[in-house]
Design a protein around this ligand. Sequence first.
Ligand code: UDP
Length: 261
Amino acid sequence: MNVRLFEQQDISQTPRPISVLGLPVHLMDDYVGWLVSRLQQKLGTQVVTLNAEMTMQADHNPALARIIAQADLVVPDGSGIVFYCWLQGIRLQRSPGIELAESLLCRCAQLDQPGSVFFYGGAPGVVDQVVREWQQRAPGLRIAGCQHGYLAAADQAEFKQTLKSLQPSIILVGLGVPRQEYWITENRSLCPNSIWIGVGGSLDIWAGTKSRAPAWLRNHHMEWVYRLYKEPWRWRRMLALPQFAWRALLYRLTQRGSVIQ
Ligand code: UDP
């Protein structure tokens, strides 16, 4: 189907996938509203926040590509995805994973029956700071619990049992890509009614151990510059960005974007 036809359709209610180098990205007006309604209906949901780096990882990692393809919601986290869509004639707004998770937690705290959240990931100490931060930010939010991301293999079974007994409404997993995506896929059956989101380094930011790029850099699609400045060891991983841009341009020249049916 032609992308332009797709643009005329109503994308406000249901997530409709478009293809970004063969991976889905869902378009809709209100991701958070949709997630809240899934939460209220107890419809288990796996959310992937896709950026260029992850797209390039999936390009040579079929297991990761499969997980992204099967996720219930894939949001355009990075500027690269927005750029790709722009080349295809689709205008969309970035939906950074950290902002999506923040909005969801804030909305969740205001519900008549507030949902509960579990934080998993980050260095020991970081996740406890995240809990304190969210207790202040959204006092109505029920925090079911937290667990740092460096648990010994021997303690995993007990942790999973705890998660199973808690059945939180939202489970935020910050183990980095693709570890968090693998972990969620393997374990989402423990809490089949929960919203599971891989949040990468968001826990470090909420804990205050890392900072986001200033808004003016974010607004000019330059968040990667800040990341490289703060964490120069990332340079090899970040070579994925020019690779992605090149692939996007090549794709534009050779094919037309399509809606995944
Ligand atoms: N992490 C973790 N357990 C691990 C490896 C990493 O909890 O075994 C955490 C790490 O402390 C950090 C996050 O995963 O908080 C990865 O953050 P990063 O910004 O690298 O995420 P990505 O760029 O992959 O989304």
